[in-house]
Design a protein around this ligand. Structure first.
Ligand code: NAD
Length: 352
């Protein structure tokens, strides 16, 4: 079956491999018998996330920085694929410190991409972001229709897409950007000023503190369990270019979209939404977290939810169309938000 396609017998560089998504990729790729290199400077990643990997002889950790070209060159040596996850996440962080976010997310991105092109890797798959849709109110979000960026973070992620396409044209490196939508799951950090909503609320509920919902709780997101992201990365790496090209012709025609690469002899440079394709509002989400955590501690069901003011710059709703990924990659997300929350709360209960 197409959606069983996985990366095997390969050497893969996972940048940001000590982080939430990166470490989940590292473990899966090692499980499948691959050789895996991780480049990370531990800015937000954790050594604990690599506990399992560090016991595997096929794993190499390079403690280094994507802003340092020599580190990028060393890390990518002999690799078949790059799964580029390293970046400074968080919209609020980028608003507070736009310069560092830009240095890492654009400067570091270009260095890693350049090193990968020089090494002639088979494909460079990178973490793009749903923040690229900016202020566009259209739902569902379709890859070719974006709005104005609402943060320095969003700009960095869009600029990365432009660089990737340009490097494909100029240097012949195949690139695929995956626009992740609100990813959650095991190892997502619940601590710090920039924690994402799910781990933050889980931690609050576990300590019987009230989570604060910004606004009345009707804002909604397309929450995406990390397993679906692992599937998308593998498909993005291994799906055969010709097959994708064939399907792209049909997809673009059917959707009356401009063909970005598949019409010409252009080198593969595509972006895809990675989401579940369903929207959940914050009230439903919090209710579901309470319900799941109550299995471990019945008193959690009595923790009150508090509502605060809406946050400036927050868009009311986000929902992805995943049709393009389905058509070109055979992306078929298996984990609903419900399944994901069940697994994630079990993990948090045992691990924090
Ligand atoms: P994370 O913070 O857990 O992981 C990022 C990793 O990159 C960390 O291990 C960090 O130490 C490393 N890193 C940061 N700067 C670096 C540098 N200069 N050199 C080397 N390593 C560096 O975040 P995550 O949620 O796992 O995100 C992974 C990727 O996915 C990021 O590119 C992020 O922008 C993107 N993304 C995430 C989400 C989400 O919902 N989590 C949504 C959209 C996009």
């Amino acid at each position: 079956m197409e959606n069983r396609r996985i990366i095997e017998k390969s050497k893969i560089l996972v940048t940001g491999g000590a982080g939430f998504i990166g470490s989940n990729l590292v473990d899966r790729l090692l499980d499948q018998g691959n050789e895996v290199v991780c480049l990370d400077n531990f800015a937000t990643g954790k050594r604990d996330n690599l506990d399992l990997a560090l016991q595997n002889e096929k794993f190499t950790l390079i403690e280094g920085d994507i802003r340092n070209y020599e580190d990028c060159v060393k890390a990518v040596k002999g690799c078949d694929y790059v799964l580029h996850q390293a970046a400074l996440g968080s919209v609020p962080r980028s608003i507070k410190d736009p310069m560092t976010t830009t240095d890492v997310n654009i400067g570091g991105f270009v260095k890693m991409l350049h090193a990968a092109a020089e090494e002639k890797v088979k494909r460079f798959v990178y973490a793009a972001s749903s923040s690229t849709y900016g202020d566009s109110k259209a739902l569902p979000k379709v890859e070719h229709r974006i709005g104005n960026a609402l943060s320095p973070y969003a700009i960095t992620k869009y600029v990365d897409e432009l660089y990737a396409k340009n490097f494909s044209d100029l240097y012949g490196i195949e690139t695929i950007g995956l626009r992740y939508f609100n990813v959650f799951g095991r190892r997502q950090d619940p601590n710090g000023a920039y924690a994402a909503v799910i781990p933050l609320f889980v931690k609050k509920l576990m300590s019987h503190e009230s989570p604060v919902i910004n606004g009345d709780g009707t804002y909604s997101r397309d929450f995406t369990y990390v397993e679906n992201v692992i599937q998308a990365n593998q498909l993005a790496a291994v799906t055969c270019t010709d097959r994708m090209k064939e399907r792209a012709q049909e997809y673009y025609k059917e959707h009356e979209q401009k063909n970005t690469w598949a019409d010409s002899n252009g080198v593969l440079a595509e972006v895809f939404n990675v989401a579940f394709g369903e929207r959940t509002d914050l009230n439903e989400l919090t209710h579901s977290l309470k319900e799941n955590l109550s299995k471990f501690d019945g008193s959690i069901v009595f923790v009150d939810i508090v509502h605060g003011p809406t946050r400036a710059g927050d868009i009311p709703h986000s929902l992805a169309s995943i049709e393009k990924g389905r058509s070109l990659l055979g992306y078929d997300p298996r984990f609903s938000i419900r399944d994901g929350i069940k697994e994630a709360t079990e993990w948090y209960w045992e691990n924090i």
